[in-house]
Design a binder for this molecule. Structure first.
Ligand code: HEM
Length: 474
């Protein structure tokens, strides 16, 4: 069986279906899925693109054929940002085979050694949570937009892990890194035509302008990471491990002393790209999840009351909430899960590809198609969730009131490329959210409408339209 084409035409000349994606392609795909089913295809420029539009399709591809669908799509912009001075791909994001596997294993081991899931890292997250809640308190119950501070606090956790240092909010280097990251996410979202037809970057117009901005920001990011690595080399001590860079340099030194010398996964070019990827992926996604969490609290005061009751009946006030408190706070944890489900922070994951021709649920898929999982189709599927558009944390609690995750809950994706930062993100979401809830009642500004949950835009992540809250100390 061939693949059903989403339209009986391939879109407009050159650009294919890309111009019809809209600002939230996940919603466009949901609509198309109603007519064309759970596996359908369309053209992004010349590139045949397969949309996996329900749980069965995503599971069959990413789990059932994990090796075949474990590759990244060779899209022009992602290839550009992952290519080193030597013209080769580097780092975890776009590579495949041994370089990717080694990078992934090394990252997971290093983050674990640096305290992921343990008290060492928890202390850092709690320090950032303390900065965040103090800043909330400074508004004395007056309205403010929490996003900038949430972004900085989350970002400082990944900065501590990668660079061994946190930044003060006004530090120009930090401000520039965060601005670049936000801008980059926006530009990547607009880069559909470029991915399809790279030569468009030579023609005057918005595509060329976007491309020039991508090149400039990428250069600045790589320069910053190069400077960070150099700073570490200048102060290097083989007996000390301050962060991910030090771990990488230790490994490089060991390989340099071995007969085969430094191997490709441990080239500086890979280190620079991994630092950029961890900073980018580790900042925006987690911060936006917390931002959605606060928005859901504005809409669901009854949920917030239950969180406060649970907190008051178990851990109380006077000490920060830690990971050890987690078993006592199943409702709060269920709220974190429900936030991730309904927020759809990464609705389309990161572009994948299939390494060889295959058959998926009866459809023939040619080799090396672009593959897009629509995770939102899973998160709002009424066959999987009762009343899916309602914010209801109880769906993540079993009969005994314990946290329960169905297999179709997959905010970090599934399969071989599943998010490598999952453990860190889960820890951060719980600790930041729990400590905000312990300190404040979050409510909408007086005399204004509750900001909508239906207004959002999707770049790398899906973010609600800016909104303000009042944080009333408890
Ligand atoms: C709420 C927070 C987060 C969400 C929702 C999220 C989601 C995702 C998703 C959906 C993917 C694509 C997986 C696939 O292709 O199937 C991904 C990949 C990735 N994520 Fe995350 N992520 C989060 C936090 C983080 C953090 C904190 C880091 C920090 C290091 C991180 C680093 C990465 C990297 C490096 C990849 C690429 C992995 C690979 O290609 O092997 N993410 N993430």
């Amino acid at each position: 069986m061939g693949i059903s084409l989403a339209f009986n035409f391939s879109g407009v000349p050159f650009l294919g279906f890309a111009p019809f994606f809209g600002t939230n392609p996940q919603d466009t795909f949901l609509t198309l899925g109603k007519k064309y089913g759970n596996v359908f295809s369309l053209y992004m420029g010349p590139k045949l693109t397969i949309i996996l539009n329900d749980y069965e399709a995503i599971k069959a591809a990413f789990s059932g054929q994990a090796d075949i669908f474990g590759a990244r799509a060779d899209s022009f912009v992602f290839r550009y940002i992952s290519t080193g001075e030597d013209g080769k791909l580097h780092g975890i994001g776009m590579t495949e085979g041994e370089v990717w596997k080694t990078n992934r294993r090394f990252m997971l081991q290093t983050f674990r050694d640096l305290g992921m899931g343990k008290s060492k890292l928890q202390d850092k997250i709690l320090e950032e949570a303390e900065h965040m809640t103090s800043w909330f308190a400074k508004h004395h119950g007056q309205p403010f937009d929490p996003h900038p501070k949430v972004l900085m606090s989350v970002s400082n956790v990944i900065c501590t892990l990668c660079f061994g240092k946190r930044f003060e909010p006004e530090d120009p280097e930090f401000v520039r890194l965060l601005e670049n990251n936000q801008e980059f996410s926006k530009l990547l979202a607009q880069s559909g035509p470029l991915q399809a037809y790279p030569s468009l970057r030579f023609f005057p117009g918005s595509v060329k302008a976007a491309w020039n901005a991508i090149v400039q920001i990428n250069r600045q990011m790589i320069d910053t990471m190069t400077a960070k690595i150099q700073e570490h080399r200048n102060t290097y001590d083989s007996n000390e491990t301050r962060d991910y860079i030090d771990k990488f340099l230790h490994h490089q030194a060991a390989e340099a002393a071995s007969p085969n010398g430094i191997q490709p996964p441990f080239y500086d070019e890979g280190l620079k790209r991994n630092l950029s990827a961890f900073f980018g992926a580790g900042t925006e996604t987690t911060a936006v999840t917390l931002y959605w969490g606060l928005l859901f609290m504005l809409h669901n005061p009854h949920v917030q009351t239950k969180i406060h009751q649970e907190l008051d009946n178990t851990v109380g006030a006077g000490k920060p909430i830690t990971i050890d408190d987690r078993p006592k706070l199943p409702y709060l944890e269920a709220v974190c899960r429900e936030t991730q489900r309904l927020a759809n922070v990464t609705p389309l994951g990161v572009l994948r590809a299939n390494t060889e021709e295959t058959t998926l649920l009866g459809y023939r898929i040619p080799k090396r198609c672009f593959v897009i999982p629509n995770f939102k189709s899973v998160n709002v599927d009424p066959k999987l969730w009762t009343d899916p558009l309602t914010f209801n944390p109880n769906r993540f609690l079993d009969g005994q009131g314990k946290v329960f995750e169905p297999a179709h809950f997959m905010p970090f994706s599934i399969g071989k490329r599943v998010c490598v930062g999952e453990a860190l993100a889960r820890m951060e979401i719980f600790l930041f959210f729990a400590n905000i809830m312990q300190s404040f009642l979050i409510r909408p500004p007086r005399d204004s409408d509750i900001p909508s949950t239906d207004e959002y835009t999707t770049g790398i992540s899906c973010r609600p339209a800016p909104f303000k809250i009042e944080a009333v100390p408890r």
